[in-house]
Structure formats: C-alpha cells, structure tokens
Design a protein around this ligand. Structure first.
Ligand code: MG
Length: 177
C-alpha cells in the first residue's frame, strides 16, 4: 500500500524534468497539477518561465493537460491565459480525471506521465492509474486551506515510508537553501 505513495521520480521543479528521457521512453503527454506545481497556489496566471517551458514542451512534441482539484474559476483563468487544456474539480486521487485527460489528448494511458507536488493526490492517483509519476517540490512553502490538511497526512506518510526503508530524497528549491 505504502508503495502507492512512491513517485517514480522526484525532481526540484518542472524545469528539471528530463524531456528527452521521457521521449526516449515513449512518453508523449504530460498530465500536470496546477497549484504549487506550475505556479504558486495563489498566483492567478502563468509566469514567463512557465510559458517558456510550455513552448519547449510543444517543440519537443509533447501534449499537456492541467488536472487540478481546484475549482473551475481558478483552473480556467490560469489555463485559458496559458492556452492549456484543463480539467478542474478533478477529485484526485481518483484516477478518472487522468484517464479523461488521456482521452482529451488522444494518447494511450501508458504514453502519459503524471506530475504534481502532493503525494496524497497527484502521486497516489497517478500510481493507482498505472501512470509514471513525477513528484516536484512545491513552488511555494505555503498552501491553500485544503492542502494544509493533506500536508499533515503527507508528513505522516513520509515518516512511515522512511521507517519501511522507502526514502524519497528531500529536495529543496535553491532560494530556500
Ligand atoms: Mg498541487
């Protein structure tokens, strides 16, 4: 059960995802979380860095869909200004939205990776759906109200995982060092 919380990869940020390696392994699409994965949870629109990263993705031939548990207004405002396909109110760790995202992108489920900053929603949901999962360090050290509770549980899960010998390398953003 605990292995369901283990991401396949842990990187500092979306910019550290090795796109070439994903391509080499047959991946064609990225299903990504929004809050604290692409931008801070309280930043309404994409940063120039995110926009640049998206351009790189497209150049490399990747498709991308935002899958967020947040409400429609938040997810729509962000995604539409960035020109992204999105699914809001996704109810992660349910697998349904991930599967729907694959349908929207017209890729097979084994061709998509799931990216996010939370073990309890992104990684758990991705793993349950059989996706390759990539955990990123949260962009901001603060969280929205609901995520705060998840983080509490997440810390407990991490402790249990460490006791069982599963170690998720703790990465930090440079500005926090
Ligand atoms: Mg998040």
């Amino acid at each position: 059960m605990i292995t369901y919380f283990m991401p396949n990869e842990h990187v500092t940020s979306i910019y550290d995802i090795d796109l070439q390696e994903l391509k080499d392994n047959g991946y064609k699409a990225i299903i990504t979380d929004l809050d604290n994965t692409l931008v801070e949870w309280d930043r309404p629109e994409a940063t120039p860095e995110v926009m640049e990263w998206l351009q790189t993705l497209y150049q490399e031939g990747f498709k991308i869909t935002v899958v967020s548990n947040n409400h429609e207004t938040r997810v729509r405002t962000f995604s539409e200004t960035a020109g992204l396909t999105f699914i809001h109110s996704a109810k992660k760790p349910s697998r349904r939205a991930f599967k729907k995202a694959c349908q929207l992108m017209e890729v097979k489920e084994e061709e998509a990776v799931v990216v996010g900053d939370q073990l309890l929603t992104d990684v758990l949901g991705g793993n349950r759906g059989g996706f390759y999962t990539i955990l990123v360090v949260p962009v901001a050290s603060t969280d929205g109200v609901f995520t705060k509770l998840n983080r509490k549980i997440e810390r407990r899960v991490l402790k249990r995982m460490e006791k069982k010998g599963y170690v998720i390398e703790r990465k930090e953003h440079k500005e926090n060092e």
